[in-house]
Design a protein around this ligand. Structure first.
Ligand code: NAP
Length: 458
């Protein structure tokens, strides 16, 4: 197992990081367990002060940290800096709201259960392991860590092997802000070592954001040990456009939805399902704008689409597009890897798809859009629900009946009406079907790793 920063824009190995030996992993779990005990006796106010201090560190270092993100995983620099600021924001959000979200809740009429007083309270579980992906190397981790620590848990991070410098930054962040030593620790290990950590009795629960394969493996290990798990897995979100929509806005938003983060976002619109009455108009505008995007060095502020994060990721995308093209798909934009160093792929639109093509079922984790024609709302909904994923969805229509139809019928953790899916700290985030289970963000996110204790008093 190699932990390395390989600059996706050049393919050059920039930094190699030595993995932790088993005894180092053991002592880090010990530190986290000790910190969890210590955190349980701290107040919300104290933790909030530390959390705000950690947010200040992110804000102060946003430019440098943004550059680090871009060098490690290739997203355009302005998006990397925005990721850092968004992470600081969610830290402040949980610092300010954790106490309310986790407040005791009394039973209004305790007599119905034969008690003089009865109530529920939230208590932290202890050490929680987070297995995290590279696509938002700071945000994904922080949106777990901020609520977990504010609830009084401690965290262990197993970050993706291609973002070790982000892992090292996060390893010390909370301690630097004043949290007890060990409150949040990175484990520099590979996926194979996760089983041993999760089996450790000091570790109480796990959250994983990543692929279906990793989720299946980690959740079954957690199941073996009867430990709580939350899974945030892949998505192949539908973006449905009906005739009453503002097609110009829908097409421009479709481009942003598909190419944000160089197309490597779980909640990106990936399948664009367009009513036949407006299909030609939408397809023309979408193809024109996807073809005009500026591909280039992600450190250059003018760049709109940078490289994919890894060579393997780029190769998977090439295979998916080639499979569809060999089986008769039409290419409306892109469809090739530009002839340059690094792991680039051109923004692409595939149309004329049929069920024999892998792209119909599998997630395209890069700037590749699938375009479908639907004869009516029923057909649009059927296509939208035909994958095994159910993360989010976006529906463009000004007809209230159609909005209600899609809202009711879409198998997804979220529906965005006349807008693209974005994660907001105030809204719960998570999926159904093979996109996973459990929720992050909002009040639901901080309650995932708590024991909801019922209290009954005679
Ligand atoms: P990945 O290969 O599953 O990696 C994610 C994390 O899991 C990494 O830390 C990885 O470590 C680890 N891992 C992989 N296999 C494992 C195993 N068998 N046991 C334990 N840990 C294992 O996924 P990825 O390629 O990095 O990320 C892309 C996927 O994540 C996409 O499907 C995307 O949609 C999904 N995603 C979902 C969300 C969401 O919130 N729903 C958000 C972002 C991304 P190594 O790097 O060491 O292999």
């Amino acid at each position: 197992m190699t932990l390395a920063t390989i600059n996706p824009a050049t393919g050059a190995t920039e930094v190699l990081v030595e993995p932790h030996a088993p005894d180092e992993v053991f002592s880090r779990i010990d530190e986290a367990a000790a910190a969890a005990r210590e955190l349980q006796s701290t107040t919300f106010d104290q933790r909030a002060r530390w959390m705000h201090a950690a947010a200040d560190i992110l804000t102060d270092q946003a430019e440098g940290l943004g550059e680090l993100i871009t060098v490690e995983m290739g997203k355009p620099i302005h998006q990397s800096i925005a990721e850092v600021h968004k992470s600081a924001k969610v830290m402040r959000y949980y610092a300010d709201h954790a106490e309310t979200f986790l407040a005791d809740s009394p039973l209004e009429d305790p007599g119905v259960v034969g008690a003089s007083r009865a109530w529920t309270r939230y208590e932290p579980l202890g050490v929680v392991l987070a297995v995290m992906p590279w696509n938002y190397p700071i945000w994904q981790v922080i949106r777990f860590a901020a609520p977990a620590l504010m609830a009084g848990n401690s965290g262990l991070l197993k970050h993706a092997s291609n973002v070790p410098q982000a892992a090292l930054f996060l390893d010390t962040l909370f301690e630097r802000a004043g949290f007890p030593v060990g409150s949040f620790r990175a484990l520099l290990i590979g996926g194979a070592e996760v089983a041993g950590v999760l089996a450790d009795p000091r570790v109480k629960a796990v959250t994983l954001t990543g692929s279906e394969a990793a989720g299946r493996s980690v959740a079954s290990i957690a199941g073996d040990h009867i430990k709580k798990s939350v899974l945030e897995l892949g998505g192949s979100d539908p973006f449905i456009v009906m005739p009453s929509a503002d097609i110009t806005t829908a097409a421009a938003t479709a481009v942003r939805a598909r190419i944000n983060n160089n197309g490597q976002s779980c909640i990106a619109g990936k399948r664009f399902i367009v009513h036949s009455k407006v299909y030609d108009e939408f397809a023309a505008a979408f193809a024109e704008q996807m073809s005009a995007l500026v591909i280039g060095d992600p450190l250059d502020p003018a760049t709109e689409v940078g490289p994919l994060a890894t060579e393997a990721g780029r190769n998977s995308l090439v295979e998916l597009v080639d499979d569809a093209v060999h089986k008769g798909a039409e290419v409306l934009a892109g469809g090739f890897a530009p002839d340059r160093e690094g792991f680039f792929y051109a923004p692409t639109i595939l149309a004329g798809l049929n069920d024999s093509m892998r792209v119909v079922q599998e997630e395209t984790f890069g700037p590749v859009a699938s375009l479908y024609r639907a004869e009516d709302a029923e057909a649009a909904l059927r296509i939208a629900n035909q994958t095994s994923f159910g993360l989010s969805s976006s529906v463009w229509t000004s007809d209230p009946e159609e909005q209600a139809w899609f809202l009711q019928g879409l198998d997804a953790g979220a529906v965005f009406i006349n807008g693209m899916t974005i994660s907001y700290q105030e809204l719960p985030f998570g999926g159904v079907k093979r996109s996973g289970y459990g929720r992050e963000l909002a009040a639901a996110g901080i309650r995932e790793f708590c024991n909801l204790k019922a209290v009954w008093a005679a």
